[in-house]
Write a protein that binds this ligand. Sequence first.
Ligand code: ZN
Ligand code: ZN
Length: 224
Amino acid sequence: MEETTSEVVEEYLLEIYILNQAGEKVKANKLAAALNSKPSTVFATLQRMKRDDLVKINRSKEITLTTKGSGLADNIAYRHNLAEYFLCNSLKIPWSEVHMHAHKLEHAMTPLVVEKLAEFLGQPQFCPHGTPMPGQSLPDNTLTLDHATVDTYVEIVMISEDLEDSLEIMQILQEKLIMPGYKHLVANISTALQSISLKQNNMETVLPMHVAKKIYAINVEEIT
Ligand SMILES: [Zn+2]
Ligand SMILES: [Zn+2]
């Protein structure tokens, strides 16, 4: 019989995958916060996932995906990104909101639907927030905005998947055009305030560093 993964386990796999990709160490309490669940529930689910060879938990209680787990997570991430692309580009749901809807849709897509949807959408290479689809990658010279230099121009290439969980931040980013493809001047960096300010035309946006380090960009010559 073919093994199927429950929706809950898929959520866990995707969340661990996202946190790992953001370079964060994943522990049960962080996962509980990210998934809005009780630590006891998370603990029980993790034990089952460990038994099913989906996750490894080391002595410092850090959780990583096994080869089997990361294969499944890749597939869920692909469904998630494809669903976002569809919602944003075909259904015209706001860029800032598609992530939460995609979280629901991603579990309901059979392999045939995934294949046909990718075909229908013209095999998109990135999600609307710039996350590369499998086989794609960000440009080599990509940097996170906390490493930007004052008086240079940057073009946004990706908003990290874990920022997408905050609708409020996403709405600000959309309003201020801090979205893939848009260019900004790095107007100021304040070590004292731990912030960076971006300028485009007459619009200036101050971002705290903890947000800036989750936004990826490349340096460009100027704003054209
Ligand atoms: Zn997303
Ligand atoms: Zn996305």
